[in-house]
Design a protein around this ligand. Structure first.
Ligand SMILES: Cc1cc2nc3c(=O)[nH]c(=O)nc-3n(C[C@H](O)[C@H](O)[C@H](O)COP(=O)(O)O)c2cc1C
Length: 203
C-alpha cells in the first residue's frame, strides 16, 4: 500500500480486496510501506550483477527491504494499491518498486539489455492493481494508466499476470454509497485473484 495515509481510500480498498482473498482461503499480509524503512536505490547494480544463484540479489542498503522481498518472493499473488500523485505513483511506492531491482539479474557485459527475473513465475502468480485519485473516473486514462504501467512493469519481467486494474476517482467527494460500491468491487477482485491463481496452478 503506497499511500502515506494508512486509513485513506487506497487503504480501505486494499482492505476489502484482502478480505475477498481471505474469503477464498488465502493467507494475506498487508504492507503499509510508510511504516517501513525503505531507502532510495543507490544505483550501484551490485544486487543485479552478483550472486546470480540467489532468488534475491543482495543489496548493500541495510533496511526493511530485504525482509519485505523475502516474503514477496514466497507469495502467490500481489495487490498493489496506491494513490495518484502528480500523474504517477507516490514516491513511497516508486521507491519500493525501484528497490525490487534486487529480484533481477544481468551479466555485466549484457549492455543495453533489460535484466531478467531471477525467478520467473511462469504466470502461475497473479496480481491486481488499485489506484485512487482526486480526478473523477473519466480521467482514468491520464491519471491512473501511468500508475498501472509503473506498478506493472516488473510484473511483466517476473511473469506475473495482472488480472485487474481498479481506478477509483473523485476521492475528495466520494459518497458513502459509492465508496461501499467500490469496496465491493475490490472484494470481488480479491476473490478473483485467488481463483485465477488456483486455475493457473491446475493447468
Ligand atoms: C502531492 C499530491 C499529488 C496529487 N496528484 C494527483 C494527480 O495527479 N491526479 C489525481 O487525480 N489526484 C492527485 N492527488 C490526489 C490523490 O490522488 C488523492 O488524494 C488520493 O487518491 C487519496 O488517496 P489515499 O486516501 O489512499 O491517501 C494528489 C494528492 C497529493 C497529496
Amino acid at each position: 500500500m503506497g499511500s502515506p495515509r494508512t486509513n485513506g481510500t487506497s487503504a480501505k480498498l486494499l482492505a476489502s480486496a484482502l478480505k475477498g482473498a481471505a474469503h477464498q482461503g488465502a493467507e494475506t499480509k498487508r504492507y503499509d510501506l510508510i511504516k517501513y524503512t525503505i531507502r532510495y536505490c543507490r544505483g550501484c547494480f551490485k544486487c543485479v550483477y552478483e550472486n546470480h544463484e540467489l532468488p534475491i540479489g543482495i543489496c548493500r542498503i541495510k533496511d526493511d527491504m530485504a525482509s519485505i522481498l523475502g516474503e514477496y518472493h514466497q507469495a502467490d499473488g500481489y495487490i498493489l494499491a496506491c494513490p495518484v500523485y502528480d500523474r504517477a505513483v507516490t514516491a513511497l511506492m516508486k521507491t519500493f518498486l525501484e528497490r525490487k531491482i534486487a529480484l533481477f539479474y544481468k551479466q555485466r557485459e549484457d549492455f543495453g539489455r533489460i535484466p531478467d527475473a531471477r525467478v520467473k513465475a511462469d504466470f502461475k502468480k497473479k496480481a491486481a492493481l488499485i489506484a485512487t485519485g482526486g480526478a473523477v473516473d473519466e480521467y482514468r486514462e491520464i491519471m491512473a494508466d501511468p500508475c498501472f504501467e509503473l506498478m506493472e512493469a516488473h510484473f511483466i519481467l517476473e511473469q506475473v499476470e495482472v488480472i485487474d486494474r481498479l481506478y477509483v476517482g473523485g476521492v475528495d467527494n466520494l459518497s458513502k454509497e459509492r465508496l461501499s460500491e467500490k469496496r465491493e468491487d475490490a472484494f470481488t477482485i480479491g476473490v478473483r485473484l485467488v481463483n485465477e491463481i488456483e486455475k493457473a496452478r491446475q493447468l
